[in-house]
Each structure stands twice: as structure tokens, then as C-alpha cells.
Design a protein around this ligand. Structure first.
Ligand code: GLA
Length: 419
């Protein structure tokens, strides 16, 4: 590595701006960038990304053994087969930069190095994700990528990384769009298709500018495993399931294949009730959020595994049209969401926000659904559909009103197909 680097080139790498000299890139034996202007890798995240991430359960207490065991658990639990392929290492994997500025993993926690870990994960049909930050330090105070964007992107590509979550701590004075675009261009220059997940918490409205920059953007601050709470952390708050859902208002038009509103890593299996977990998972699926599990998948209960691997719910999230659901109606504390799917199919979700179960009779004749954004519309009373309830497996059709019982803090989710 060292021999390849002339002082001139090192300077260019350290400058780490979009102005890096093309000849320097070539000297670094980086795959040449496409002849066109730098752009994100458009072949990735055609449907919302699925995987697992260390942060929600382990925070900084991570090491390579945990990553290997979790990769194995993704396979043995059936999660990989259900679509969860990204194994994402969040904050705190970092050691120091070497004398040439190349970031190293923490030698105690990741003694075999990231390349070996990527090889392990790839051998199991999975992909490896990593975390960095647009500022000089990550949120946990580790080295960030500011000033090292091209060098870090190159390093990740050489390690065989497939996914980069890029955070927004320690960024005073930085322009978000500029900073994220610099890293996008750096990833493109490094040549390996790496899914780019912006984690800017919605502060600078990334949905307005990031469709060409990354594949998803966080829309809110951090999640917390509760139904409807705001967990005060002093200078900032974490949010429960309902507050995060409510912060999505007005954002669906920005979402679509390759550009997803990210509602944060999931808290399924982290202490909420079974009904709350089912609702949480269904909401994330209906809203086309990335489905990144945040529980300890090595030790999850059968109930948690069943929720996370509910193929019929996952299919709503992974529908090829990539249309985010909208709330078409509410009746007191009962919210109703609709999602147009491929082949003229639909999903409906009845979400009971209340602390008590709710009986509800849905009369198909009374509802004509019109999606103002995609112009899909349907009148279930006029065009008969059959449906499956995706948590109970119950079936029915739209010839007669549907009488349902929606659990407290729970959902009823229907997948409707024209007959
Ligand atoms: C921020 C992010 C979290 C997590 C931590 C790591 O809070 O929003 O998802 O990555 O940083 O320090």
C-alpha cells in the first residue's frame, strides 16, 4: 500500500474533495470512475434494503465474533432466505488511522480485520455494511470521514464492504448536501457498488435533495422501543413507533425505487408486546422503510423470529412498484393506510393506536380509494377483491362488509387481489 502512494497522491487523498486529481485516482489503482458525472450506484436498493444492524442492541459493545455469530444466525433463523442480507456494523468498529491516514478497525475487537469479516459474511450469501460519519468524529467519538472521504471509500471498497451508513454528528458548519455528495462521489470513484444510507435524521430535509445522492435517508432522530413515547436524552430525544410514523407525513412522494424514507432500524424483539411488534413491523413494511432488524438475532424468541420472517408482510415492503402507503382515513384512534401493489393488488392496514382493542366494520361499498400521488384508484365495492389477513391467515372478499377486531396497539393487515 505505502509503496503505491507518492507524497503528491497522499496530499490529494487527504484533501478528499471532489477535486481529487484523476491521475491520483489511477495511481491508487482505484477502478476508474464511469465516464459520466459521478453518480450513485443506481442498480442498488430497487426495493428497500433488508438486514440487521448492531446499534440498537449492542451500541459500542461489538466485535468480530458477534458479527460472525449474527451472520450465522441470519442464515439459521431463515432471515436470509426471507431477504435480510445486509449485516451492518454500526458505530465503534474503528481503531486509529495509520501513518498514511488509512482507517484501521479496532485491533482488540476486530483482530482479523474487515476483509476477513467480509469474506466470512460473503461466503454465507450475505453482505457487509459499515458505518461512518460526515464530521470529524462519529456520534460515539470515533474517527469520522471528514477530510478522508475518498480514502475511506477506497478502504471500504478494498475490504469488500457493500453498505455504508453515513451519520451526521460533529458537522457544525458543514453543508449536508455537499458533504453527502462528496461521499457519494468518493464511493463511485472507489468503484465498488456500495449502498449509501444517509443518516442525517431529517434535519436538512434530505428527501428534497438526496434522491441522486443516496439510496435511503433517515427521516427522524433515533428510534426507541416503545409504542408512543418520546425518550428524553437531554439535548435530544428518541422516538417510539407512533411518533416516528407521524413524522412521515408529507414524505411519501419522495420515496420510490432506489430512494427510500428510512424510519430507522427496527425494535422488534426489544421489549414491546407481541401486538406492538407486529404493528411496528407492518408499519415499516407499508411505508417502504428499509427493514433492518436491531435485536439480538442469536437469541431471539420464536415469536420474534416469526414476526421478522412473515413473508407476506415482507412482500408488501418489497413490492416492485415501491409505492409508500398513505393514510386514507381515520376513525378516532383507528388509522387506515392503503398501499397500491403490482398487478392491481392492494394492501390495507388498520392501525389501532389506542390502549383498548377496537371492533370495526369496514363497508367496502363506502370507500373509493384514490391515490393523489400515483393516481391508482379502486372501489372495492364495485370491483370485487378477495383478501388474506396477513397475521391471522384469515381470508374473505369484498362482497360483504368486513368485521374486524383490531388489538390494542395493533394492526389488521389485508392483502387484496382482484377476483
Ligand atoms: C446516531 C444514529 C444512530 C447510531 C448512532 C451511533 O445516533 O442516528 O442510528 O448510528 O449515531 O453512534
Amino acid at each position: 500500500m505505502k509503496a503505491l502512494l507518492s507524497p503528491l497522491m497522499l496530499g490529494a487523498l487527504f484533501a478528499a474533495t471532489t477535486l481529487i486529481a484523476p491521475e491520483a485516482r489511477a495511481q491508487a489503482s482505484v477502478k476508474p470512475a464511469a465516464a459520466t458525472a459521478p453518480a450513485k450506484f443506481t442498480e442498488l436498493a430497487k426495493t428497500p434494503q433488508m438486514g440487521w444492524n448492531t446499534w440498537n442492541t449492542f451500541a459500542c459493545d461489538i466485535n468480530e465474533q458477534l458479527i460472525r455469530e449474527s451472520a450465522d444466525a441470519l442464515v439459521s433463523s431463515g432471515m436470509r432466505e426471507a431477504g435480510y442480507v445486509y449485516v451492518n456494523i454500526d458505530d465503534c468498529w474503528h481503531g486509529k488511522r495509520d501513518e498514511n491516514g488509512f482507517i484501521q478497525p479496532d485491533p482488540q475487537r476486530f483482530p482479523s480485520g474487515m476483509k476477513a469479516l467480509a469474506d466470512y459474511v460473503h461466503a454465507r450469501g450475505l453482505k457487509l455494511g459499515i458505518y461512518s460519519d460526515a464530521g470529524a468524529h462519529t456520534c460515539a467519538g470515533k474517527p469520522g470521514s471528514r477530510g478522508y472521504e475518498y480514502q475511506d471509500a477506497l478502504t471500504y471498497a478494498r475490504w469488500g464492504i457493500d453498505y455504508l451508513k453515513y451519520d451526521w454528528c460533529d458537522t457544525d458548519g458543514l453543508n449536508a448536501r455537499g458533504a453527502y455528495t462528496t461521499m457519494r462521489d468518493a464511493l463511485r470513484a472507489a468503484g465498488r457498488p456500495i449502498l449509501f444510507a444517509l443518516c442525517e435524521w431529517g434535519d436538512n430535509k434530505p428527501w428534497e435533495w438526496a434522491a441522486d445522492v443516496g439510496h435511503s435517508w433517515r427521516t427522524t432522530g433515533d428510534i426507541y422501543p416503545c409504542w408512543d413515547c418520546d425518550f428524553n436524552r437531554g439535548t435530544w430525544s428518541s422516538w417510539g413507533v407512533l411518533p416516528i410514523l407521524d413524522k412521515q407525513a408529507g414524505l411519501r412522494k419522495f420515496s420510490g425505487p432506489g430512494r427510500w424514507n428510512d424510519m430507522d432500524m427496527m425494535e422488534v424483539g426489544k421489549g414491546m408486546t407481541e401486538d406492538e411488534d407486529k404493528a411496528h413491523f407492518s408499519i415499516w413494511a407499508m411505508m417502504n422503510s428499509p427493514l433492518i432488524a436491531g435485536n439480538d438475532i442469536r437469541k431471539m424468541s420464536a415469536t420474534t423470529r416469526k414476526i421478522l420472517t412473515n413473508r407476506a408482510i415482507i412482500a408488501l415492503n418489497q413490492d416492485e412498484r415501491g409505492i409508500q402507503a398513505w393514510r386514507f382515513m381515520n376513525d378516532g384512534q383507528l388509522d387506515m393506510y392503503a398501499k397500491p401493489l403490482a398487478n392491481g393488488e392492494w394492501a390495507l392496514m388498520f392501525l389501532n393506536r389506542a390502549d383498548k382493542a377496537r371492533s370495526y366494520r369496514f363497508d367496502w361499498d363506502e370507500h373509493e380509494l384514490k391515490d393523489e400521488f400515483t393516481h391508482n384508484q379502486v372501489h372495492f365495492g364495485k370491483v370485487r377483491h378477495s383478501f388474506t389477513e396477513l397475521w391471522s391467515g384469515a381470508t374473505g372478499d369484498t362482497a360483504r362488509p368486513y368485521a374486524m377486531n383490531v388489538p390494542a396497539h395493533g394492526v389488521v393487515v389485508l392483502h387484496l387481489r382482484p377476483r
